[in-house]
Structures are given as C-alpha cells and as structure tokens.
Design a protein around this ligand. Structure first.
Ligand code: ZN
Length: 261
C-alpha cells in the first residue's frame, strides 16, 4: 500500500521548502515574533492562514474543539440542569477543569510573545457546538467535560440552523469574556496594548462576521468598520460608558458569572 503521507513529506522537503528556505532561516535566526494569537476551532475547514492571508511566523495558533477558552484559574461553575422551585440552581458547583494547553498557550502568547491581538474564531456548521445540543458518545468523557465551556451559550430552543448559528456566535463572545478573566489579558486590554477580536467564519460564504461590542452584533467583514472587538471597548465619548458585554442588552448575552466575582 502506498504511504501517501510519506510522499507528501518528501514532496514538501524537495519541492516546497527550497522556495521558502530563506524565510525560515530568518525565523530561526531572529526567532518568532507573531503579533496575533489565533484561537480557532479544530475543524478542518477552518484554515487560519488562508483566511488571514498570513504565513510562517505570523500567527501563534491554538486550536481545540469549538474554539473554547478555559477559565484562567481552571475552575468552572457547573450547575444542575433543572432549577429548584425557587429558581435557584441547587447543583451549582465549581470544579477543576484539568490541565489546559489552551490556557498555557494564552499565557505564553501574552507574556512571552507579547502579542497585540487575540482572535477567537468560531465558524458555521461547528460540530462542537452542535454536540452541545445532541450530546457526545458515552466514552468521550473529556469531550463532554470540554463542552461545558460553551454550555452557557446554549439557547433553550429546539435545535435548528438558526439556533446553531446564534449559539456559535454566543459561544465566541463567551470565550472573549473568559479571556478577560486572565489577569495578563485584562491588564493589557485595559492599557490599550492588546485587542481582542471575536470572529464567526461562515464556511459557505467565505466571510468572517466580526463582533462589534458597541452594537452587540456580528457584522460581515465586508460591511464592518473594524476587524472585531472584544467584550471591552474604549469608553464612549458622550456617556463615558464602557460597553462591557454584561451591559449589552443583546440577544447574544447569556447569563453568566462575571469574571472575578
Ligand atoms: Zn468547530
């Protein structure tokens, strides 16, 4: 049986690499200095370099199922499915969510690489988001626990293409909020040294919809005036109100525990 992967490796070395060898020589000698941390879903149809027109050395990438961000302290509030008669959730508990390569990558990108942008990129037809509604195989205990990081974005409705689309977008905002729970992220965002970007990539349209914190909406890049904002924006000149996500009366808003509280 032909080993197709081996063939591909040889082709890369023999045919592709000679054309980009100088570039890699520079990247090795001078080290990597990417300005962007890209947190994206692992989906094979999401290709960060293609999407952003970037190449080697440009993006520090961490990908996982559904582009989720674990809490900085590793503790996640998980509550029971059903509220008690008085509306409270009796089963609420904070649990340790385990070791996280994604959390480590965020710390490394911010503290060591000092990136100036963090992109959280979800996408249409995301299997991870769909699994929030449809469940996962019984043996997938890690996947089931991981999906808790998007649980707050779930809508109390029947699953439909529209509900999935909205949940995908709500999940992006939820992760941006959780990013603000990283002290090194929050400090740099508030100092204007780091920008957060919430993206929802529509596979079939080839278009990223970027989150605009002021309108509380995702706007197609073709109609947007910026490449997306996080849950934090400069205070409005008139009202001096900083439109934090918690204050947005948007349909995207999900009930949540405020970071740090
Ligand atoms: Zn996905």
């Amino acid at each position: 049986m032909p080993d197709e992967l081996l063939e591909r490796l040889r082709r890369f070395h023999d045919q592709t690499f000679p054309g980009i060898q100088d570039q890699f020589q520079d990247l090795v000698e001078q080290g990597q200095h990417p300005h962007i941390l890209f947190i994206g879903c692992s989906d094979s149809r999401l290709v960060p370099y293609l999407l952003t027109g970037t190449g080697p050395g440009d993006l520090f990438i961490v990908r996982n199922v559904a582009a989720f961000v674990p809490p900085h302290d590793g503790m996640l509030a998980v509550r029971s499915e059903q509220p008690a008669p008085d509306g409270s959730y009796l089963g609420e508990a904070r649990r340790w969510t385990g070791y996280h390569g994604t959390a480590a990558a965020i710390e490394f990108a911010v503290l060591n690489l000092q990136v100036s942008h963090i992109v959280v990129c979800g996408h249409s037809h995301c299997g991870g988001i769909r699994a929030l509604y449809e469940g996962v195989p019984k043996d997938a205990i890690n996947l089931a626990a991981w999906l808790d990081l998007g649980r707050e974005a779930v809508l109390p409705v029947q699953v439909s293409p529209e509900a999935l689309r909205r949940t995908e977008q709500r999940a992006v905002i939820l992760q941006l909020e959780r990013l603000m729970g990283y002290p090194m992220v929050r400090a740099r965002v508030e100092a204007g040294q780091l920008a957060l970007h919430g993206w929802h990539y529509v596979l079939e349209e080839g278009e990223v919809h970027v989150f605009d914190v002021k309108s509380g909406q995702f706007v197609p890049a073709s109609a947007a005036t910026h490449s997306g904002t996080g849950p934090y924006a400069e205070p409005d000149a008139d009202t001096m109100a900083s439109p934090l996500f918690n204050e947005i009366d948007a349909s995207y808003a999900a009930p949540r525990v405020k970071p740090g509280s």
